[in-house]
Design a protein around this ligand. Structure first.
Ligand SMILES: Cc1ncc(COP(=O)(O)O)c(C=O)c1O
Length: 429
């Protein structure tokens, strides 16, 4: 680390709580200040190079500063960065997404995944006239109160009671119900008990890195349809990542509403929510001020720069072999991490699917959040922090590793070497 890096860390500490713009939880003063990125590498203000294994928390799925994405964004910016109105690239993007996403008949653009999931829930409440939402314990759906309910607490209440810790919104105790992911019987019981009040069930189909057991998503689809409850897929992570058609295509289950963000923008900020024409009518301003109207308007949502970047990004995802490669790299990454764990004699496992992986220090399968809570999370965090020191840029709080189109076998081998070294040097004595 040189003077310039020190200087920026100090300057960041002066204004940003913990020197951070959110999450990471890196010990104060240790967080790098990022200067630039290219492909799957980033450099900090001191010139230190890192292998990036967080890729803007998955947003830079095509790699940093992809030339085709930059070219499209630059060309759009030259014509005006934002009109807060429907534009040519926005219409083209809506058409592309509707072709790709099985459930999308109508769509609206926003600027983040948080807005996308928040508006799915608002539209579902307006369309059904019901107040309650069911989510799965441990799921993160963005910064709004429902998005962080039952996420951060370590002593969670009995389900379906929600844990409001970190939400700043005590009302979630009234309006949010919480179910164990992968437990269809328990979830159906909650749906039966609260059917009359439930507007929506929101699920991240691949719950962080925990894969759905056979029949779980199909069962949710049937159980919600039977009771007139809106099924929302949070595809902010899985969208365009597990397949071009996201988790809907990958798992063969179609929701009523879907939220997108992250990877869609090729690094530029964008989000989208859409789904069945009936439910999306809730945001139609002609309904104002009716009881079934849901407010939705985003000043920067779907701006022409982000929309043009997203179109270029979808072109890249549409090239032959892209998903075969992302899945092959993901499998290789998980295999190499598992091998390192095995060689180190650790009691641990590697979760994930597609280009995602997460190591968990636990001796039994991880099917839901309570299993994950039982894991040795201190050890997981210690290993992640050590990898950061070794030159891997990642999020030690999330511990989820994101691959991109720019990662190949060489980078995975490099990561596995650092992982093995980190396991060694953090081994409890
Ligand atoms: C599954 C999921 N949903 C929603 C969000 C929120 O997206 P954003 O940070 O763009 O608001 C995230 C962000 O990490 C996420 O992982």
């Amino acid at each position: 680390m040189n003077d310039s890096q020190d200087n920026f860390r100090d300057r960041a500490l002066r204004f940003f709580p913990d020197g951070s713009n959110g999450e990471y939880g890196i010990p104060e003063g240790d967080a790098p200040v990022i200067e630039r990125g290219r492909g799957c590498r980033v450099w900090d203000t001191g010139g230190r190079e890192y292998l990036d294994m967080t890729m803007a928390w998955g947003a830079a799925l095509v790699g940093h500063a992809h030339p085709k994405v930059l070219e499209a964004a630059n060309a759009a910016a030259a014509n005006g960065a934002n009109f807060a109105a429907v534009t040519r690239p926005m219409v083209e993007l809506a058409e592309r997404i509707a072709d790709i996403s099985p459930c999308v008949e109508r769509i609206r653009f926003v600027a983040s995944g948080t807005e996308a999931t928040m508006l799915c829930l608002r539209a579902a409440r307006a369309a059904t006239g019901r107040a309650k939402i069911l989510k799965f314990e441990g799921a993160y759906h963005g910064q709004h109160p429902e998005g962080v309910t039952s996420l951060v607490g370590s002593d969670p209440p009995a389900l379906p009671q929600p844990d409001p810790a970190g939400t700043g919104a005590p009302w979630v105790e009234r309006d949010v119900l919480v179910a164990p992911y992968n437990d269809l019987a328990a979830t159906e019981q909650i749906l039966t008990d609260h059917a009359a009040d439930l507007a929506a069930v929101i699920v991240e189909p691949l719950h962080r890195c925990i894969t759905p057991v056979d029949g779980f998503l199909q069962g949710l689809r049937e159980a919600t349809a039977k009771r007139g409850i809106v099924l929302v897929f949070d595809e902010v992570v899985t969208g365009f990542r597990l397949a071009l058609g996201g988790a809907q295509e990958y798992y063969g289950v179609s929701p009523d509403l879907v939220a997108y963000g992250k990877g869609l923008g090729g690094g530029f900020p964008i989000g989208a929510f859409g789904g069945s024409a009936d439910i999306m009518e809730a945001v139609n301003e002609q309904r104002l001020p009716g009881p079934n109207y849901a407010w939705s308007a985003s000043t920067t949502g779907g701006n022409p720069v982000s929309a043009a970047a997203a179109l270029a990004t979808i072109d890249l995802f549409s090239e032959p072999g892209v998903y075969d490669r992302l899945h092959a790299m993901g499998r290789l990454l998980r295999k190499r991490l598992e091998r390192a764990l095995g060689q180190a004699g650790e009691t641990a496992q590697v979760l994930g699917d597609g280009p995602l992986a997460q190591s968990v220090f636990l001796d039994r399968p991880v099917l839901c959040h309570r299993d994950w809570l039982a894991a040795d999370r201190q050890r997981g965090r210690a290993v992640m922090l050590e990898m950061l020191r070794l030159g891997v840029f990642l999020n030690p709080m999330g511990t989820k590793l994101y691959l991109s189109l720019a990662h190949g076998e060489k980078e995975i081998a490099e990561l596995a070497t650092h992982f093995a070294a980190a396991l060694q040097s953090t081994r409890p004595r």
